[in-house]
Design a protein around this ligand. Sequence first.
Ligand SMILES: [Zn+2]
Length: 123
Amino acid sequence: MRTVPGVDLAPCLELDAAAVDPDDVGPTLARLTTGWRLRIVGPEREVLLLRAAALAHGALDEEITTEITTEVLGTGVRTVYCAACHHPFPTTGTAARCPGCGTDLDVADHVSRRHGAFLGVPR
Ligand SMILES: [Zn+2]
């Protein structure tokens, strides 16, 4: 974590999504005061999960900026949120079987900011 001068007029805390566990976001945000901004940088899946954790711990959408690093865009691993049983799981591709309930899912382009995951729609 580091502050980024010049990114915004407000103080900004940058989180490396590949190195910060979403469970650590709550204590990190608790140290910040009103006016701080959060910048999350890293692989898509980790950025989405960290952003969801920040929102769950009270950060506002307007306080968060994200940057997906290009070197990891080709991995294709995404977190999918099963619409049938609400189980999130990592997968690749545009279709998957939910390990929670066994439902065959199509992976939609819709991303839930709340869950940090792509929506898995039952076939
Ligand atoms: Zn399921």
